[in-house]
Design a protein around this ligand. Structure first.
Ligand SMILES: Nc1ncnc2c1ncn2[C@@H]1O[C@H](COP(=O)(O)OP(=O)(O)OP(=O)(O)O)[C@@H](O)[C@H]1O
Ligand SMILES: [Mg+2]
Length: 263
């Protein structure tokens, strides 16, 4: 086992740009998990322009989260390639690639330490003022100040328990600190209450301004402002357009949307 090469490798002469512009392109991407029969994607192609806000929707298990994990190379494509600014992402050092990508995962991971340290994770050398400014942009400052020890409050197993919306806002604060040109956001499946959803949504809209953004959406109400919505099925991307266009087309997206409205 020790002698097996790691699955994700860096080239000897890796590129390490400080900051990419953020144009993302998937060219004929095929992917299958090693221990799973059949591919999740087959010949999937899509291009996201610098600063564009694209939303990805589709049935549970279709591969939305998987697609998100291929971009920071948590897994490598089995065929085709993924390019950032026109360069195959396998040409970059992993550190440079991941420095340029900010992710909000379906389940936010918080460390068993203080609120401030959890936000600082986005930029290890950040000073207190930067942490507070990031928390304010993420609509997190107010609830943090209401905690027993403010930014020094311990969270996690031995500390205070935070709500889903509060956890998300902390992960958004991390990204304001990190300031990456590319954002991949995997929306939580569990619904937030309306007020909480509104504050999270507002901070997200602030975060994705001027960044290339791929949002994996479960609640279609949150992506009406997307520049483009892609509908992923097992056959690939079956529909794309703005919310208004897709509703007018009365296809798969319109069906999903009306179903959610009816609930
Ligand atoms: N680590 C893994 N190993 C093997 N198979 C996996 C792994 N992760 C996901 N899968 C499988 O790959 C397929 C796509 O899963 P994925 O999590 O990307 O779906 P999703 O579209 O994000 O679903 P949801 O809307 O429920 O979040 C599923 O069939 C799933 O069972
Ligand atoms: Mg998912």
């Amino acid at each position: 086992m020790m002698e097996l090469p790691p699955a994700i490798q860096e080239p000897a002469q890796a590129l390490a740009p400080e900051r990419v512009r953020g144009e993302l392109e998937l060219q004929n991407v095929t992917f299958s998990y090693q221990d799973r029969f059949g591919s999740v994607f087959h010949n999937l192609s899509l291009k996201i322009a610098v600063g564009e806000y694209v939303a990805l929707v589709g049935a549970s298990g279709v591969g939305k989260t998987t697609l998100g994990t291929l971009i920071p190379r948590f897994y490598d494509v089995s065929g085709g390639r993924i390019c950032l600014d026109g360069v195959d992402i396998r040409e970059f050092s992993l550190a440079a690639l991941r420095r340029n990508i900010g992710t909000v995962d379906q389940d936010v991971y918080l460390f068993g330490t203080t609120v401030a340290e959890n936000i600082r994770y986005g930029k290890p050398d950040a000073v207190a003022e930067e942490i507070i400014s990031a928390a304010k942009k993420a609509n997190a400052h107010e609830f943090i100040m209401a905690l027993p020890q403010g930014y020094d409050t311990e969270i996690g197993q031995r500390g205070i328990k935070l709500s889903a919306g509060q956890r998300q806002r902390l992960s958004i604060a991390r990204l304001f600190l990190k300031d990456p040109p590319l954002i991949i956001l995997d929306e939580a499946t569990s619904a937030l209450d309306n007020e909480s959803e509104r504050v999270v949504q507002q901070s997200l809209e602030r975060l994705i301004e001027n960044r290339t953004t791929l949002v994996i959406a479960h609640r279609l109400s949150t992506i009406r402002n997307a520049d483009r919505i892609l509908v992923l099925t097992e056959e690939g991307i079956c529909e794309q357009g703005t919310h208004e266009q897709l509703i007018a087309d009365e296809g798969a997206y319109a069906g999903l949307y009306n179903l959610q409205l009816a609930r």
